[in-house]
Design a protein around this ligand. Structure first.
Ligand SMILES: C[S@@+](CC[C@H](N)C(=O)[O-])C[C@H]1O[C@@H](n2cnc3c(N)ncnc32)[C@H](O)[C@@H]1O
Length: 199
């Protein structure tokens, strides 16, 4: 496989992190953030560092696999103080619905697909991801952002990306602004879908 060089363009993950950071800087704390696919906890940790150190807020992490919640918990504990850990809640459940205690959100992130280093059959599915997105859209603050990294390099991921693009293309432009970043000449490259709820 030829790996793209990101000398000018950022990778989908770096680009997502740049958007999260920019968005949070434009938003006033206390932040309410959801990582709807914790996985190995890298994104949850990055979000905690961006939003919770010396700042009020709450970060909710969700993953359907217990193994992912455990890995995330270990990663967070090894890097964050008890004070920051107190602002983070992890839930072992599907993101098809969010835990009821989560208030209106400033930022909801999805890094779709399967757990790297885990069982590849336990991947996100188009139907549950759409349900979850529908749920997230109804829980966003005005001026809130949803970020979804998509992986069309495997069949389920390609179907998922297609379903998300179709669904989000129908969102009313008075209410939401939708942006899709992808490398145009590599059909299987991961992409980044961003949904902004207008103020
Ligand atoms: C690509 S990984 C996430 C990587 C993670 N953000 C990180 O930084 O390490 C995708 C995760 O989605 C989780 N997942 C799959 N279906 C899910 C569902 N219905 N609800 C919540 N999590 C799900 C998988 O268990 C997996 O851990």
């Amino acid at each position: 496989m030829i790996r793209p060089a990101f000398s000018i363009f950022q990778s989908h993950l770096d680009l997502a992190h740049t958007y999260w950071e920019t968005h949070l800087k434009k938003t006033s704390p206390p932040y309410v953030i959801v990582d709807a696919t914790c996985g190995n906890g890298y994104d949850t940790l990055a979000l905690a560092k961006m939003a919770l150190i010396h700042t009020e807020g709450a970060l909710y992490g969700i993953d359907a696999q217990e193994e992912a919640i455990e890995r995330t918990q270990r990663r967070l504990r090894s890097e964050l103080s008890a004070e920051v850990m107190n602002k983070i809640s992890l839930a072992h459940q599907s993101h098809a619905t969010f835990p009821t205690e989560i208030p209106e959100c400033d930022l909801v992130v999805y890094n779709l697909g399967y757990l790297p280093g885990g069982d590849k059959t336990k991947t996100t599915h188009p139907s549950t991801t759409l349900l979850s997105l529908h749920h997230a859209l109804s829980r966003m603050k005005k001026g809130g952002l949803i970020s979804m990294t998509c992986y069309p390099g495997h069949i389920e991921g390609a179907e998922e990306e297609e379903a998300l693009l179709e669904y989000t293309s129908q969102l009313p432009p008075q209410e939401f602004l939708v942006c899709h970043h992808r490398i145009n000449n590599r059909s299987q490259a991961p992409s980044l879908l961003l949904i902004f709820k207008n103020n």
